[in-house]
Design a protein around this ligand. Structure first.
Ligand code: AMP
Length: 138
């Protein structure tokens, strides 16, 4: 079954679209965190960052940047968050890759990001080793 976002990309169900090209579609989030919250999706159905081909991801990012710049010009927010959730544990609810573009105004309380944690330098080294090994760069 196609995701709800695939159906939006095909114009099968209504959405308030702000921009689209052959690779990506940008439309208003139906439950916006702030005024101007836009979602940018890949037109094709990939669940997450791990499954989208790099070239397609770059196209999604290109439209994301265009939309963020338009939000800056058009709505003049004090800041913009770019958020992209992968996996239920990360808060993903629609399993079709999408990027949130969320304009922010000072003290709007629109978004809770992370609480700063604490790690010893040797713990940072250990986790970096795991990531480097997975990258295959060392
Ligand atoms: P996430 O938690 O990252 O998976 O975000 C899913 C987002 O999609 C939420 O912010 C929802 O408000 C939004 N959303 C879900 N269904 C629709 C829809 N039909 N049109 C627009 N936005 C939607």
């Amino acid at each position: 079954v196609p995701t709800i976002f695939s159906r939006i990309a095909r114009h099968e169900i209504p959405a308030v679209i702000v921009a689209e090209d052959d690779a990506a579609v940008a439309f208003m989030d139906i439950a916006p965190a702030s005024r101007g919250h836009v979602l940018v999706i890949a037109r094709e159905e990939y669940p997450d960052i791990g499954s989208i081909p790099p070239a397609t991801w770059l196209r999604v990012m290109a439209l994301t940047q265009r939309v963020a710049q338009a939000i800056q010009r058009g709505l003049a927010p004090d800041g913009i968050n770019i958020v992209q959730n992968n996996g239920a544990a990360a808060g993903q609810t629609v399993f079709h890759l999408h990027v949130h573009v969320i304009p922010r105004w000072a003290d709007d309380g629109a978004l809770a990001l992370w609480r700063p944690g604490a790690m010893m330098p040797e713990q940072l080294d250990a986790v970096a080793r795991q990531i480097r090994a997975a990258l295959g760069d060392d």
